[in-house]
Design a protein around this ligand. Structure first.
Ligand SMILES: *[C@@H]1O[C@H](CO)[C@@H](O)[C@H](O)[C@H]1NC(C)=O
Length: 582
């Protein structure tokens, strides 16, 4: 208001009516204040570079005028002005922007001064308002390139950009804000694109569908799958629903993660036949949210997707049952099943499997087995997850025979158990002293494609230790090495302890050397074990040698009192035996 008034006084003094285009001759005699320049830009139909130079010759005042604060002030005045985006003057701010940079150092060979971030942001909003998106995009991308660095994260840029939007007052439109997401996407910065989606959403400006799609595209292209899912989740939560392009992008992500077939099979199992890709990707989103513990949010989202007919009835209800089961809310899950049934949806193998899993987890395996019978009587086929939960549940409850039966059924049906439930089974068998059976089962499962992990072998090593089969332990160790699994200190400790207990001290000692070679630090306990084992065997020389090593290796290593006393006694015995005086 004040600026406008003082600008008006200036023109009045120069003898120019407000609203008239100031002539070059009139202006050249005056100081080029921001008010004057913005007035000129708002009224000149086409402010060319030449016209600007003529109107504001680079006198000392004009040079000063072109400096940061000045350009910012000019652009802010324009950004606030309701007519600044009207044709034909919409491009004037852009011309001024370039001109002011160049004219600040007309004769010097140094590069023109760079614009402030503020100027960039104001101008991007101005251009977007005039729908000059191409110019705005180019500008915003160079602003990001100039003003973002590893030391200044996207957030400071976002702050500046949003401040420029807010400062434009009533004249502002959100068009420019969406462009920001597009710009980060085009620059292949999916993290920053996601951050700007979040930033804008938090401030009540929900990005457009095309902005979200652009962010997804960038994330998929960069292989940033986590970011892609976060974008998809955010847009869906903000009620910007996927169109065909979105679905295609998310299908691409699922497929590159190797999860497409599994998710499509899961949804198909619920519905009884193949479902549209849109159903698959939304179900995948819900499953991820549940997996990551955002259960309440996931259930709300399912209900909303159901209302909008994005998810099918049976798929939606089944996902809710799954969500309840995952939090252990078995009662709610069962109520949901009843509700589902009342609404005319048939219970399906997925829902049964969810309930079976929950019961197995709760330790109510009998109830789980009952559900399995019910499921079979309805002609529903159990699948790999059903079996895995049952097997793990049985073994956890010590029902070894039943567990083994389901394992055999599972293999017979051509399913491969997942490694976690397989480990549960091996643990159960090993605890029951059935390590050979466990080893056979592992072989059978590996034939069907199971890939064992560190825990698998650790179970077997403990199992062999329990029955005192030192050779078995060593064999498993070598198999582990062969598979490229790096045994950790736990494995070596088990190995050494078991070998010592079996009296294979020399063999155990070799593994201490192996550990060192593989850069796995031995513990004081392991030295202790070997020293006392050698003492018992009567190999005092080696026991002493290990004692020295133990002391020099780590100042915190001390032998236990028992071991130390045993060693002392041995040394005295040896001394007495060798003494010529005795
Ligand atoms: C989906 O939305 C985007 C962005 O709004 C648009 O460019 C695209 O054409 C749409 N795709 C389809 C298949 O409707």
């Amino acid at each position: 208001m004040n600026a406008a008034k003082s600008g008006g006084r200036m023109f009045a003094r120069l003898g120019i009516g407000l609203g008239a285009v100031p002539t070059a001759s009139a202006l050249s005699t005056s100081a080029a204040t921001p008010q004057l320049i913005s007035h000129y830009l708002l009224h000149e139909p086409r402010a060319t570079w030449e016209a600007l130079s003529a109107a504001f010759p680079s006198s000392s005042s004009a040079a000063a005028a072109a400096h940061h604060g000045h350009a910012d002030a000019v652009l802010l005045t324009l950004a606030k002005h309701p007519h600044a985006s009207a044709e034909p003057i919409a491009k004037n701010p852009l011309t001024y922007f370039h001109w002011s940079a160049a004219s600040s150092s007309p004769s010097s060979p140094s590069p023109p001064h760079s614009h402030s971030l503020r100027s960039y942001c104001l101008l991007v909003h101005l251009l977007s308002r005039a729908a000059l998106f191409r110019d705005a995009s180019v500008l915003i991308q160079s602003a990001i390139a100039k003003h973002s660095s590893s030391s200044s994260p996207a957030s400071s840029f976002l702050d500046a950009f949003f401040a420029a939007y807010e400062d434009s007052g009533t004249a502002a439109t959100t068009r420019g804000l969406h462009l920001l997401v597009h710009a980060y996407a085009r620059l292949r910065l999916p993290e920053a694109a996601l951050e700007s989606c979040r930033y804008l959403s938090d401030r009540g400006v929900v990005p457009s569908l095309s902005a979200f799609n652009a962010a997804l595209h960038a994330a998929r292209g960069a292989g940033a799958f986590r970011v892609a899912w976060e974008v998809f989740e955010l847009m869906t939560l903000k009620r910007v629903y996927a169109n065909h392009s979105t679905v295609e992008l998310v299908v691409g992500v699922l497929s590159r993660e190797g999860e497409l077939a599994r998710t499509a099979a899961l949804v198909g199992r619920i519905h009884g036949k193949k479902c549209a890709p849109s159903v698959v990707v939304h179900a995948a989103l819900v499953l991820r949210m549940v997996e990551e513990g955002r259960v309440e949010q996931a259930i709300l989202l399912v209900k909303r997707l159901l209302q909008r007919n994005i998810l099918l009835d049976d798929v939606a209800y089944s996902l809710i049952v799954h969500a309840y089961c995952c939090t252990g809310a078995l009662k709610s899950a069962i109520e949901q099943c009843d509700d589902m049934f009342r609404r005319g949806c048939r219970l399906n193998a997925f829902v049964y499997t969810c309930l079976i899993k929950a019961h197995c987890h709760d330790g109510t395996v009998d109830k789980a087995l009952q559900l399995l019978q019910e499921m079979l009587s309805k002609g529903l086929k159990p699948y790999d997850a059903t079996y895995s939960h049952l097997i793990a549940g049985c073994f956890r409850q010590g029902k070894v025979e039943e567990g083994l039966e389901y394992f055999k059924d599972m293999l017979r049906e051509g399913f491969v158990p997942d490694v976690k439930s397989c480990n549960k089974m091996l643990e159960g068998l090993c605890n029951a002293g059935e390590v050979c059976k466990a080893n056979d089962l592992l072989t059978a499962a590996m034939d069907k494609g199971l890939v064992p992990d560190q825990d698998t072998y650790q179970m077997l090593i403990v199992g062999y230790g329990k029955v005192g089969d030192a050779q078995g332990i060593v064999k498993i160790y070598h198999e582990m090495e062969h598979k490229g699994l790096k045994p950790g200190v736990d494995v070596y400790a088990t190995l050494i302890r078991c070998l010592c207990e079996r009296g294979n001290t020399a063999e155990a000692d070799k593994f201490l050397a192996v550990m060192k070679k593989k850069a796995v630090a031995p513990t004081g306990g392991l030295y202790d074990l070997l020293i006392s084992s050698y003492c018992e065997k009567g190999n005092t020389k080696r026991a002493l040698w290990l004692y020295d090593k133990m002391m020099t290796e780590n100042e915190n290593f001390v032998p236990s009192a028992d071991t130390f006393m045993m060693l002392v006694r041995r040394v005295i015995e040896v001394k007495t035996a060798c003494s010529p005086n005795s």
